[in-house]
Design a protein around this ligand. Sequence first.
Ligand code: CA
Length: 226
Amino acid sequence: MKILIIEDEHKIANSIKKGLEQESYVVDVAYNGADGYDLAVSENYDVIVLDLMLPDMDGIEICRKLRAENIHIPILVLTAKGQLEDKVAGLNSGADDYLVKPFAFIELLARIKALARRPKNSLGTILTSGDLSLDTVTYQVKRDGKEIRLSKQEYALLEYLLRHANKILNKEQIISNIWDYDADILPNTVEVYIGYLRNKIDEPFPKSSKLIHTIRGFGYKIGGVK
Ligand code: CA
């Protein structure tokens, strides 16, 4: 198990590192956001422990950038006491869990273990629904053996739907998980992108059953029978 700690307070970072090493984890530490981001994209970690207030690049931005690049390493966010907004922002930006400072090391260890244990199908590299597959490492999307080319946004939408296959996702969930905070979202943006996806993954395969379903008044889902 390899853990990345991104935390600018040396004392906290080093004590977490020491504790985790005693538990036989391999631990890298970055003391600023930019170094942390560089390590996160270039090395393979099982879990990232991420402070929010960081020099160079803050934790929220790191989270968003990693998720935008389809890096799905579980992220545990550290946030100062009482900063509820930070917590919400952290989770919205793609973090998996959070811990309020100051925390007991045993609590941190339990959270890291829980994240590392997460079912592999939520972290795996190939996501499927029916005869459609999406490889999160190579970004290859295929249906019935044929490769489908998607734009970055279409890909992100399809990946999000597949990670929650057979579940109804509403527009707000889709927007907060697929688009940046500062993106220009129109009232019909989600419909438009669902339409683009249908044109690429359902329309060209008339013999296969439709994968994307509209659940009127609720949202959308992929897979299963409507
Ligand atoms: Ca900090």
